[in-house]
Design a protein around this ligand. Structure first.
Ligand SMILES: NC(=O)c1ccc[n+]([C@@H]2O[C@H](COP(=O)([O-])OP(=O)(O)OC[C@H]3O[C@@H](n4cnc5c(N)ncnc54)[C@H](OP(=O)(O)O)[C@@H]3O)[C@@H](O)[C@H]2O)c1
Length: 261
C-alpha cells in the first residue's frame, strides 16, 4: 500500500499556476493530499478536461478546490486566481503560491521575433512578478512562495535564449524576494530547478533540443533517465511546509545531479 502523505498543510490555501497537467498537476494533488485547499489553474481548452479530472481527485482527498481558467499572461486574469483562493480559504489568507506555469517553446536567435520574446516572458516572468504583488496583501504569516525554474537557466542550451533568461530571472527574483519580503511578511521564497521531466513540455520539445540534452541525460549521476513528476513534487511540497522554515532564497536542483548548484 502506498504511504500516505502527512497532513502537514491542513487548512492552508494554495495557488498553483498551470496545474491542469504535468508537474503543476502533481504539485496541486500532493498539496491537497497534505490537507491544503487548492486553486487549480489552466488556460487552454486542452487543459479544461484535465483540470476538471484533477479537481475530482482533489475533492476525493477531502480538500476544497477552485478550478480557474486564467491566462496568466493577461494582467486582469491574475486577479481571478486571488479571488478564487480567498473564496476557498478558511482563514481569509493565501498560504502557498507556486509559480509553475511556463511556456517552453524553443527558437534560434536568428528567427527570434518580438512577439515570441513577449509571449514567453509574459508567462514565465511577468506573471510571477505581478501575481506575487497581488498576493502580498493576502499572504499568511508563515507563507511560502515557490518558483519553478529549470536546468536550462544554467546549461546554455541552443534555442533557449528566452526560456533560459526567464528561468535565470526567476532564480534572481527568488533571492531578491527572500530578502525584500522575508521578514516584512514572515514568508520564505525558494526555487526548484528540475532537469528534463516526462511531461507534455518535454515530449513536445524540438527533436534537436532533445538530442542536444541526451549526453547530459546519459551522464545524470542519480540515474541515466529523465525525471518523473513524482521526483519533483515532494521537493516542492517540502518547501511549502513549516519544516522548510530555515530555507529561503535557495534554488534546489531537482535534476538527479544533471546540474549541481
Ligand atoms: N518538463 C520538463 O522537462 C521541465 C524541465 C524543467 C523545468 N520545467 C518547468 O516545470 C514547470 C511545469 O512544466 P511542465 O513540464 O509540467 O509543463 P506542461 O506539461 O507543458 O504543462 C504546462 C501547464 O502550464 C499551463 N499553462 C501554460 N501557459 C499558461 C498560461 N499562459 N496561463 C496559465 N496556465 C498556463 C498549462 O495549462 P493548459 O493545460 O491549459 O495548457 C499546463 O497546466 C514549468 O515552469 C517548466 O518550465 C519543466
Amino acid at each position: 500500500m502506498a504511504a500516505q502523505q502527512p497532513k502537514n498543510l491542513n487548512g492552508k490555501t494554495a495557488i498553483v499556476t498551470g496545474s491542469s497537467r504535468g508537474i503543476g498537476a502533481g504539485i496541486a494533488l500532493d498539496l491537497a493530499k497534505r490537507g491544503a485547499n487548492v486553486v487549480v489553474n489552466y488556460t487552454s481548452t486542452r487543459g479544461e478536461r484535465a483540470a476538471a479530472q484533477l479537481g475530482k481527485e482533489i475533492e476525493e482527498c477531502g480538500a476544497k478546490v477552485a478550478i480557474v481558467q486564467a491566462n496568466i499572461a493577461i494582467m486582469e486574469d491574475l486577479k481571478k486566481l486571488i479571488d478564487a483562493a480567498l473564496a476557498i480559504s478558511v482563514n481569509g489568507k493565501v498560504d502557498i503560491l507556486v509559480h509553475n506555469a511556463a511556456t517552453g517553446d524553443d527558437c534560434y536567435l536568428e528567427e527570434m521575433t518580438e512577439e515570441f520574446y513577449e509571449a514567453q516572458t509574459d508567462v514565465n516572468l511577468k506573471a510571477p512578478i505581478f501575481l506575487t504583488q497581488l498576493t502580498l496583501p493576502h499572504i499568511a504569516r508563515g507563507g511560502r512562495i515557490v518558483l519553478i525554474s529549470s536546468v536550462s537557466a544554467r546549461m546554455g542550451m541552443p534555442q533557449q535564449t528566452v526560456y533560459a533568461a526567464t528561468k535565470a530571472g526567476l532564480e534572481g527574483m527568488c533571492k531578491v524576494w527572500a530578502t525584500e519580503l522575508g521578514k516584512k511578511y514572515d514568508i520564505t521564497v525558494n526555487c526548484v530547478s528540475p532537469g528534463p521531466v516526462a511531461t507534455d513540455m518535454w515530449t513536445e520539445c524540438e527533436p534537436d533540443v532533445v538530442a542536444a540534452l541526451q549526453p547530459s541525460i546519459d551522464a545524470t549521476p542519480a540515474a541515466a533517465r529523465v525525471g518523473e513528476v513524482s521526483d519533483i513534487v515532494p521537493i516542492v511540497s517540502f518547501l511549502c511546509s513549516e519544516e522548510s522554515r530555515w530555507v529561503t532564497g535557495s534554488t534546489v536542483s531537482a535534476s538527479g545531479g544533471m546540474n549541481f548548484i
